[in-house]
Design a protein around this ligand. Structure first.
Ligand SMILES: N[C@@H](CCC(=O)N[C@@H](CS)C(=O)NCC(=O)O)C(=O)O
Length: 221
């Protein structure tokens, strides 16, 4: 069985857990984190799940980040790479249709999520939910909110043209993007009406992997 190290409330881990469900592959999750543990964020004095700084973990992933997988000796980190591995090794048409255009477009939106959406979204989740009040930065939530709203306008325009980010079929590109946008809509700062984005989120909400690993509120804050 594929081993994965991560935590279910990490946005990067939950993408991979969702992808596992899509391709129907079982996994064995080991909890690991330097910043969060069973009682929350370390800024509140909580003990982290740990492991990420231990030499054996750093030998797998020198960055000390989660998620990491070990698929029968093939070790991989970076959630987008892991999703691409699951899609190409096990997906058989489930996570993309094999057309170079679909794959490139899906990678485009996955990279966009990491580059443009995750940094300000991480700020909002920390500032609104995880940090104790006396450690919050005034104005940070609004500043991050402006950056997110500007970026998501581009996604709204894409979804006015196609039902999913890489075309009219669900693909791996919808996984990181959908998990992040859902987190923003539900736990970030409300960004105003976005009908195509919200209709797409409703479609994603019908998928088993989303329901299990993304929808539950306790997996976000
Ligand atoms: N670009 C990387 C980001 C990896 C990353 O920063 N993961 C976060 C969780 S989303 C992490 O390791 N946080 C610190 C921790 O929990 O120890 C990916 O997509 O996998």
């Amino acid at each position: 069985m594929i081993r994965i190290w991560g935590r279910p409330n990490s946005i990067c881990t939950k993408r991979v857990l969702w992808a596992f469900v899509e391709v129907g592959v079982e996994f064995d999750l080991t909890l690991a984190s330097g910043t969060m543990g069973p009682d929350g964020h370390i800024s509140r004095g909580a003990e982290p799940w740990g492991k990420v700084d231990e030499p054996w973990f750093r030998a797998m992933n020198p960055n000390g980040t989660i998620p990491v997988i070990d698929d029968d000796g093939f070790v991989l980190w970076e959630s987008i790479a892991i999703i691409a591995w699951l899609a190409n090794r096990y997906g058989d048409g489930i996570l993309h249709d094999g057309r170079p255009e679909t794959i490139a477009r899906a990678v485009q939106w996955m990279s966009w999520t990491n580059e443009h959406l995750e940094p300000p979204l991480n700020t909002q989740i920390l500032e609104l939910h995880r940090l104790p009040e006396d450690q919050r930065t005034p104005g940070a939530v609004d500043e991050a909110g402006e950056a997110i709203a500007r970026s998501v306008e581009g996604l709204e325009a894409q979804l006015a043209r196609t039902a999913y980010v890489a075309g009219d079929r669900f693909s791996m590109g919808d996984i990181p993007t959908g998990a992040a946008v859902y987190r923003w809509r539900v736990f970030g700062q409300w960004g105003g009406p976005m009908p195509h984005v919200d209709a797409w989120l409703a479609r994603l909400g019908e998928r088993e992997g989303f329901r299990r690993h993304v929808a539950p509120p306790e997996l976000h804050v």
